[in-house]
Ligand binder design. Structure first.
Ligand code: FES
Length: 140
C-alpha cells in the first residue's frame, strides 16, 4: 500500500467515525429506546432508615417526581412534587417545616395545601404505608 492510499484510508475512516459520532446521538434523540413503564400506582419510595424526622426525599412515581416527607412529629406524607403554578419541582424546607417551590416562592403546608405565593391549587396527595423497612407510596 502506497503512502497516498494509506492516508486516504486513515482520512476516510476518521471522517466516517466523525459522521457516526454526530448522527447516532441525533438518531437516538429522535427515536429514544423503549423503556418499560414503571408501575405508576404503587412504589417503594424509601427505607425508613434513610429518612430521619424533618426530612424528605424526592422519588420517581411513574414518570413524574414525587416528594416523601417525614414530618417532625413522625408522620410520613407523600405528594406530587410538581408545583401547581408552573410545574417546577417542589422541595421540603426543614427550616420552615413545609414544602416550598423555589421558582416563584410558593409554599404548601404538610397537607399539600397552597398557603402562600402563586400556586393556585394544592399538591396531589398520595397514601403512605410503612411495611417493615419499606415506605410504600400509592395513589389513593
Ligand atoms: S412554579 Fe412553583 S411557584 Fe411558580
Amino acid at each position: 500500500m502506497g503512502r497516498r492510499r494509506f492516508l486516504d484510508v486513515i482520512l476516510g475512516g476518521g471522517i466516517t467515525a466523525l459522521l457516526v459520532g454526530i448522527v447516532y446521538p441525533v438518531f437516538r434523540f429522535i427515536i429514544p429506546p423503549e423503556q418499560p413503564e414503571a408501575d405508576a400506582s404503587r412504589v417503594v419510595a424509601a427505607k425508613t432508615s434513610e429518612l430521619p424526622p424533618n426530612s424528605s426525599k424526592i422519588f420517581k412515581f411513574g414518570k413524574d417526581p414525587a416528594i416523601l416527607v417525614h414530618t417532625k412529629s413522625g408522620d410520613y406524607r407523600a405528594f406530587a412534587a410538581i408545583c401547581t403554578h408552573l410545574d417546577c419541582t417542589v422541595q421540603y424546607r426543614d427550616d420552615l417545616e413545609h414544602i416550598w417551590c423555589a421558582c416563584h416562592n410558593g409554599h404548601y403546608d404538610l397537607n399539600g395545601n397552597n398557603i402562600s405565593g402563586p400556586p393556585p391549587s394544592p399538591l396531589a396527595q398520595y397514601e403512605v404505608t410503612v411495611r417493615g423497612e419499606d415506605i410504600i407510596v400509592s395513589k389513593a
